[in-house]
Design a protein. Structure first.
Length: 333
């Protein structure tokens, strides 16, 4: 059995496609197959793909444009590897990506998937930033209550897990976030703390072109996640839930009033009360996570004296240990 199947959908990707394919060919880990599905491209993508003569590359051509979700679900059936790695046609992998992810999943049988960190590059491969996500399952489970903590083209998933958990067409543009939430309910997840992907950010990214729809669908997922705590948030509560992840929306700082800060604190207290009853998350982990988000809010508003005195503060050693880990993570993010 092939160890890794790399699933790469392609649609009019001629500008970066060779670079993406070459980054797979240059992997230090060699036991892989690359499943390329051309979703009705009208540019030179097919010609570029056909120039490659590696027996590990399998080319499938959709007779019509099925769009991303149907193409991904179709591609899963062509994957025969023990693990399935996602890859986009405009990104590129660092040479050690597959090796590190295979080693992790081979050595951690209770984990269903793992992602990686990434370097953000522009259309000319200039480094413009970085993406850092939390590494550990316990905090990732909490993070999923607020936002997607994985880079889609960086993940590697056990084949049987992905075959039993297909992408849901009802969650267009956030199909990955919804999938991570489902998988995380069934087992452990992780992010490797290594830059193993060059993630290309440009004005044709799905998240750029479909920002409004994407945000509405994210809200739907968040509401579904909150139902697990037996909470149906009001619009104001949903705003409080999301604001610490949107303080610099579109690159512009969001100013928060004192009343809004108090509402955020009250909302975090509500989450903790409900979790204490339902026991969905480890209470200390949730408290530390919320405290770290509170700190982000305070720092953004220059209310530094409030960082260590939220109404929900706890000075239990387990909470403080996680809190300072999160502070260190945020500092280096």
């Amino acid at each position: 059995m092939t160890k890794v199947s790399i699933l790469m959908p392609v649609y009019n990707a001629e500008r970066y496609l060779s670079e993406a394919i070459n980054s797979i060919l240059n992997q230090t880990f060699k036991d892989w197959e690359l499943i390329i599905i051309n979703d009705g491209s009208t540019d030179n993508s097919e010609k570029i793909i056909n120039n490659y003569r590696d027996d590990r590359i399998y080319y499938i051509r959709n007779t019509e444009n099925l769009k991303l979700i149907k193409t991904l679900n179709k591609g899963i059936d062509y994957c025969h590897g023990k693990y399935i790695a996602r890859m986009d046609a405009d990104d590129s992998c660092f040479p050690e990506r597959l090796r590190y992810q295979v080693e992790f999943l081979d050595n951690n049988h209770d984990y269903m998937m793992c992602g990686t960190n990434a370097v953000v590059v522009d259309g000319h491969y200039n480094k413009t930033g970085k993406i850092r996500n939390l590494p550990d399952d316990n905090l990732l489970q909490v993070n999923l209550l607020f936002s997607p903590p994985f880079i889609h083209p960086s993940v590697m998933i056990r084949r049987e897990v992905l075959r039993e958990n297909r992408y849901d067409e009802d969650y267009k543009h956030v199909e990955d976030y919804e999938l991570w939430c489902r998988i995380a309910k069934q087992g452990k997840v992780a992010n490797l703390q290594k830059d193993l992907l060059a993630y290309r950010w440009h004005d044709t990214n799905i998240s750029v072109l479909n920002n409004q729809v994407q945000e509405e669908m994210k809200d739907k997922i968040i509401r579904e996640q909150l139902k697990m705590l037996d909470i149906e948030p009001t619009d104001e509560e949903l705003y409080c839930h999301k604001i610490t992840f949107r303080l610099y929306a579109s690159g512009r700082k969001q100013n928060i009033s004192i009343q809004q800060s108090e509402a955020v604190s009250a909302w975090f207290e509500k989450l903790l009360r409900q979790n204490k009853k339902i026991k969905k998350y480890n209470q200390d982990d949730l408290k530390a996570f919320l405290w770290a988000r509170w700190a982000v809010l305070c720092i953004s508003q220059k209310k530094y004296s409030k960082i260590f005195s939220p109404a929900f503060a706890s000075y239990h050693p387990d909470v403080l240990t996680q809190l300072f880990k999160l502070f260190f993570f945020l500092k280096n993010k």
